[in-house]
Design a protein around this ligand. Sequence first.
Ligand SMILES: [Zn+2]
Length: 540
Amino acid sequence: MTAQGFWIILEPEIVTVVSLTCYGGVNEIGGNKVLLEDGEVRLFFDFGLPFAHRSRYYEEYLNPRASWGLLDLLEVGLLPPLNGIYRQDLTLPDLWDRFSSSPHYRELHIDGVLLSHAHLDHSGYISFLDRDIPVYTTAMTSVMAKAIQDSAKGDFEKEVCYAIPKEDKKGARAAIRYNKAAAQQRPFRVLDCGAWSGELGHFWEDTPGRRSLEACPLETAVSIGPLPLRCFPVDHSIPGATALAVATGRGWVVYTGDLRLHGGRGQQTEAFIHQAAQLRPVILICEGTSVDDETCPVTEDGVYSNALKAIREAKGLVIADFGPRNVERLLTFRRIAQEIGRYLVVTAKDAYLLRAMHYLDPEVPDMGGDPVIRVYQELKADHDHWEQDILARFRDKLVKAEEVGRCQDDHILCFSFFDINELPSIRPQEGSLYLYSSSEPHNEEQRLDFYRLHQWLEHFRMRGIGLPREELGWKVPQAEQGLHASGHATGPELLKLIKEINPEILIPIHTENPGYFATNLEGTGIRVHLPRYGEQITLP
Ligand SMILES: [Zn+2]
């Protein structure tokens, strides 16, 4: 009672809880799935395929069974048991009875996924999310997601851009016949640009094969529900990579995705650091793939000069083997090819990707008019729809095995290990060069691939350079290093980045050594929270 005899009724303060929960990327590289909840708004930062976890159960010829929908993936923990976020057509009738007692089970509805880039360890398991859930990302990542899926073999773990509808067939989940149901494109919301050419729109809505596409036009977005969003393009080993930020009721939450400073777009990462610092974020979720790397990384320019030197001296055929979708590296080899007067021969898959990317980025060569790039035409009785399109479109750029074999000094072939079975029809001359420009193997399966690659090179008496060797514990010989620039910042670079952004709390993710951050940020005033799988972290 007040002096005047009236009660003052205090409105109870509505306190919305803001929290983060990591369902992937915890003590592992890749598979990021970070749930952000702010009141009624719920979103994921990335929804990736956890390669290391997957390879503990599966390999090339042992895979989750598509006919059982989500079952296998939930059983071995590749997907978190979150009832309400997944595709209905992959959900068996009694599925959730089986998982409702598992420790991390909960019912959940989400408003979107914020996708940092098109590497499958960040994007792959979007394939299993309900088809109506929007994906917020850059225009380049959207386009790459479509190009990658269009040109891939059908695989239910890789339906990132559009879903192939499944139905019940004798109790099994089976793809509905191509002429009975269209593929269903997910809603993609573009965060970084609102102007794209009509050709891009056409590509986006173009049918990928025999099955038609129920297209969902690209739209722009600046927020998710009431929460403002920001994206900051960063340098990584794939174009279109971005860091992301969400303005929550408790302040900005910033997510780095994967990044580095030593590539051709290092200044973008610098700009991100500067702008993220101005947001004074409460939380920074930071990747830590290469924290144990202390040495100054090889730059993309370094790769250019080292590879140029090796290729200039080469006699016969040159094969350049680099990571798929590493378009920056492809352009490095294009520059080298031009300089030494060879053609750069790309696979039809690469040509398809480059053509799509050119609509958005004029720095990606226009395949039609480029004097250096040619397209390798594999001998096949039948070509897929997308491949037919490339072969028709670039008719005057095609080169077959026989011609490469005849004029070996004229070509640099962009091949990976999985194209090596083309060599019997090319017959590389003795002493031809195989230049490896990618990362060292991480697991037994990859080591076996290198073992086979060495056999092939020995068979044709080719010279390998930059190749990991068994006798060195599958490391690259010291004298041959410098032909690959990693996609990730080193430990000291990440510590500098974190100190400059200066969040209240740091959450390390996408790393096998999260403790590195706790040890090295002691005394800086930045609290390091080491996430545990499924643990809800409430923001202060
Ligand atoms: Zn990546």
